[in-house]
Design a protein around this ligand. Sequence first.
Ligand code: HEM
Length: 305
Amino acid sequence: MLTKEFSVRRTQAMRDQLLEITDELIDAMLAKGGPVDLIQDFALPMPSLAICTILGVPYEDHDVFQRHANVGTDLTISHEERARTLGEAHEYYQALVERKRREPADDMISRLLSDHEGPDGFAPEMIPALVGLLVGAGHETTANMLGLGTVALLLNPDQRDRLREHPELAPSTAEEMLRYWSIVSTDPRRVAIEGVEIGGQLVRKGEGVIVSLIAGNRDGRAFGAGEGECPADRLDIGRSARHHVAFGFGSHQCLGQNLARIEMQVAWPRLFERIPDLRLAVPEDELPFKKNSIVYGLTSLPVEW
Ligand code: HEM
């Protein structure tokens, strides 16, 4: 029901709007002057503004949904705190959905209500949870990728310069970053609906399988095996990495992948074009990588220029 909303055509049509969002955020960083936290000032608001625009969620309320998304992925949070935050967020989404019911607009929440609510679609009580899922999945993941990809380009200046000189490498850069970082650690779980042999291992009907996306994406037989190719554990933005599994695989693979791709394709070339001497404002070994989250990323990224 939702794939049309995130089709290649729909998301490609957002390119100019994404570029505008990117430019405004860069303008604000430049006006503020370094050092700034690239996560708070760029990596988080860029995808957040995009998903809010698509859904019709007021971005001014970002405190509510960013806290919600954070709590949803942070493994150190207590059950009580998680329940309280998720409860607050649910109330927020319920009120928002009711508002859209009364005053429909040209946005995805309104289309969900008019086209997909009912006996053949979503039950009314599912809609607020679905909106919450899309807001959370729509910015928390891409935000982490934008932060990590920026670090990778800063730490590999040859790759950064290559992208700057060849902006047409933006699509392969996005695929390579997705492969290289493999940020989602809640690996897809599947149940065999019939017996199948995979890699010499028989999986019987009804047995479960947990697939490690990270292991697949760093598998030297799938990446870097050819003559002269860059090994799988190294970054090569010119590599053809489109067969990675960072978005999962099969009918439940990531719904928002086209959107995430275009956000990354727009963000990195523009960032390094407009701030060519962007650099880390702290030593590499002081970068705060998330250790207790189901989505890998950085809690902050101090940069200057
Ligand atoms: C770089 C960013 C992203 C990464 C790495 C990512 C990764 C993933 C992964 C690994 C899955 C599980 C797939 C599986 O079980 O096979 C998934 C599912 C999903 N993602 Fe993403 N995602 C990203 C961005 C987004 C965005 C922008 C949205 C926005 C709507 C989104 C919405 C979803 C939804 C709704 C599902 C569940 C799909 C289903 O079960 O049918 N994701 N994503």
